[in-house]
Write a protein that binds this ligand. Structure first.
Ligand code: ZN
Length: 169
């Protein structure tokens, strides 16, 4: 069964019918296989990452191009490109893991708020074709400011990851 057929089975033909041709093209294209997927490579340990969380179904690591110190990505271990590739209980599990991770991120960074961001499709700025939830800590001084990528050196990244990992417990 390909991506499009799996989604059709999950959501039914009524929900598939409301999609425009362009939406179908974006959401039905399996652009990257698990073998070539950057996040699957991280999950398999073939690429390095600053990992902060790992359980049976989900994993979290620091974003290499963060919007703030402690910006973390939470992913399902199973490869899927968008939220529509996941079953409802898996989506629940992903956001439960993101909530758990957010507490560690907040504790470790001393941030005063956090954003949850989840992009689907190229138009939304989804860069890696493997479902992920961004946990972005925000300081009060950044309230209302547009988000921009910041540079964080490798040593600080490693130390942030360690603090977040310990805070999650
Ligand atoms: Zn993947």
């Amino acid at each position: 069964m390909n991506h499009a057929e799996k989604r059709l089975e999950r959501y039914g033909s009524d929900s598939a019918a409301i999609l425009s041709a362009a939406q179908k093209r974006i959401f039905n294209s399996a652009s990257v296989s698990s073998e070539d997927c950057v996040f699957c490579k991280i999950i398999r340990g073939q690429l390095p990452s600053n990992k902060v969380y790992d359980d049976k179904g989900y994993v979290a690591f620091l974003d290499i191009n963060p919007f703030s110190r402690g910006h973390t990505l939470v992913c399902p271990k199973a490869h899927g490109e968008t939220l529509w590739d996941m079953k409802e209980d898996e989506i629940g599990g992903l956001f439960t893991a993101a909530s758990k991770v957010s507490k560690g991120v907040m504790h470790a960074t001393g941030a005063e708020g956090f954003r949850i961001l989840q992009n689907n499709g190229e138009a939304s700025n989804q860069v890696v074709a493997h479902v992920h939830v961004h946990v972005i800590p925000v300081m009060m001084e950044d309230k209302g400011k547009p988000m921009g990528r910041i540079k964080v050196g490798p040593e600080e990244m490693a130390s942030l990851a360690e603090k977040i990992k310990q805070a999650i417990g």
